[in-house]
Design a protein around this ligand. Structure first.
Ligand SMILES: Nc1ncnc2c1ncn2[C@@H]1O[C@H](COP(=O)(O)OP(=O)(O)O)[C@@H](O)[C@H]1O
Ligand SMILES: [Mg+2]
Length: 313
């Protein structure tokens, strides 16, 4: 069953098209990742799907209701965590929870039960009276998520929830997202961290307002990137990347942490060992020490780097 169905959704600001005729479905209970760089159109899409921003063209149903004609009904059954976390920093943890609970009309036993749940989820049981502004970003993020789903919505929209958070908090947050999904909640989450795509059941990649790829992590790897990827560990990576970029049988290069990933062009497919030796030789001739170069399995980041490269060519 589909939780969300998007059809030809478009948003223009004046002459500028921020979201350009996008269509896709999101299944109930899945973790759906909406990936793209800053300015790609993620927040604009989320705001339309939450009924906050009216589409210029196209429509979508969220939980069976049209975002164009029934935005009030859409709002009633979703949770939304905006990019700024939307917590009041001058309220205590408990006051923030009470505020969100009252917005959704929770009271009595239900309120107490849900408050306990949010505190436990956020790991803040011992800090109910702390001012929210004094919490670390990781705690704020978990509290914001708890508040966004305090009324137990079937669908929750999270706009870059892991932005500006350290890797360990990011991982903990993804565990939380998975728990929600296991309870049957549909999670629509945006991120510009390409590595987080691996945590999603399905992904859409948006660039300049357009969908450029979509599918499960496995499908993306097999359908969108059949080229060989090499990983290079060497001295002077900047110089190495400039040299390797000039080689005509190399399709693409990119930094991956301290290493470089090299995507070979299709024509190099049948002579990988020779090509590895050629690259080694080129680097050594230019006084670059090659610590390691070997073939690796493509990650989703490799897929996206290559897709984006294609777009800009
Ligand atoms: N209210 C607005 N008026 C004009 N342009 C906007 C407005 N909101 C967003 N944009 C533009 O639309 C593009 C997409 O923005 P956004 O959806 O916020 O991207 P993302 O969330 O992926 O970073 C950007 O170029 C942004 O400047
Ligand atoms: Mg955004």
């Amino acid at each position: 069953m589909n939780s969300i169905e998007v059809k030809n959704l478009t948003k223009c600001f004046g002459k500028f098209t921020s979201v350009d005729n996008i269509s896709f479905d999101v299944k109930q209970g899945e973790v759906f990742g909406f990936l793209g760089a800053n300015g790609a159109g993620k927040s604009t899409t989320i705001k339309m799907l939450c009924g906050i921003l009216e589409p210029s063209e196209g429509d979508a149903t969220v939980g069976g209701f049209s975002i164009k004609k029934e935005s009030d009904k859409v709002k009633q059954q979703i949770g939304y965590m905006s990019q700024k976390f939307s917590l009041y920093s001058d309220l205590t943890v408990e006051e923030n929870i009470n505020f969100f609970a009252s917005v959704y009309g929770l009271e009595g036993e239900k309120l107490e039960e849900r408050k306990k749940w949010v505190l436990k989820t956020a790991g803040l049981e011992a800090r109910t009276t702390s001012l929210t502004g004094t919490l670390s970003t990781g705690y704020k993020q978990r509290l914001a998520l708890g508040c966004a789903v305090i009324h137990e919505p079937k669908i929750v929209f999270l706009d870059e929830p892991t932005g500006g958070v350290d890797p360990i908090s990011r991982k903990n947050f993804w565990d939380l997202i998975n728990n929600l999904s296991q309870q049957g909640i549909t999670v629509f989450v945006t991120t510009h961290y390409l590595d987080e795509a691996e945590f999603c059941n399905r992904i859409m990649m948006i660039d300049a307002g357009k969908i450029i790829a979509g599918g499960s992590p496995g499908e993306l790897k097999t359908n969108f990137l059949t080229n060989t990827i090499l990983e290079l560990d060497c001295s002077s990576p900047d110089k190495a990347i400039r040299l390797v970029d000039e080689v005509n049988w190399i399709k693409n290069t990119a930094y991956f942490g301290e290493f470089i990933h090299i995507t070979l062009a299709d024509e190099a497919r049948n002579e990988i060992d020779t090509k590895i030796n050629d690259i080694k030789k080129l680097l050594i001739e230019n006084n670059i020490a090659v610590n390691r170069i070997n073939r690796i399995a493509a990650s989703l980041e490799d897929v996206f780097v290559n897709l984006l490269e294609k777009e800009t060519n």
